[in-house]
Design a protein around this ligand. Sequence first.
Ligand SMILES: [Zn+2]
Ligand SMILES: [Zn+2]
Length: 346
Amino acid sequence: MKALVYRGPGSLLLEERTRPHPGEGEALLKVDASSICGTDLRITAGSHRAYAGNSGRIPGHEIAGTVVETGDGAAASVGESVFVAPNYGCGHCRECHRGQVNLCAEPRAVGITEDGGFAEYVLLRRDLVDQGNLLRFGDGTDPAAVALAEPLACALRGSRACRIGDEDVVVVYGAGPIGLFHVALARLAGASTVVVCEPNVDRRQRALAWGATSVHDANLEELQAALEDAGATRGADAVVVAAPVAAAQGQALELAGPGGRVNFFAGLPRDRSRIELDSNLIHYKELVVTGTTASTNDECRAALHLIVGGLVDVSSLIDARFDLASAGDAFALAGSGRALKVVIEP
Ligand SMILES: [Zn+2]
Ligand SMILES: [Zn+2]
């Protein structure tokens, strides 16, 4: 089978690999769509912890496909179309028992700690299959749209942490795919106003189409004025920081109103994650400051439901589709910032 293999910083090579055979409890998936994520760009650049040296691993963790072969006793059937919830844990620690596999001490993820979806086939391990990570979807839904259930699930985890409700006034930093998902999810949760802060003009336009009520540059006074216009004179009910920018995390605490919820959705660069924040803003406004990372099966199921049910129309995010042979072009486009989502259809 053809596969994109990581061979060190800057080199993701198309190679011929032996098609894996599922052992007991395992399943083999024919990949129908696998979308490129910011994480894949970091992997390719050589700055992802799980991809040290010349790992020879296949990335790709936003996957939709068809089960084509199963091992004995696998909880999957040949012919079914599935979305792969990529994160799974050891299955026996406290976090796993609570369903928070993303917080497992030994987290595993397809395309991160083992071979992923930028290949014609991907082998799904027994623990992953047994933990219920294969989520079925019916015919008639575009697999490329289904693959986007992964980033949507991550956004959903962050959005839920903000407990957004009816008539809430929300601020979202960043209007990349994740920021746009946050805008849509805030509106679905009942937010009357979603103020978006994004430097890129094209992305600002997209945010308006996704339900933002106003779009701005990172100017604190301008953002505060937008909140006042929406009647939130003392600040926003929720602020999501979906951009890896320290200054935005500081601004989020300023923009949140009394009792406001803040989600640091995006991580900061590893070597620059120690920053100064005014903790009295948290104290005196009784802010709830949260962080979320990755997603669990629960959010993946909910995200898939939102996509299949048409509640979040992700098709407008898919700017281009490529086959494996054109993966170089696909990654160049995804890395250029000119496209929101680029999908590989092996
Ligand atoms: Zn992703
Ligand atoms: Zn665990």
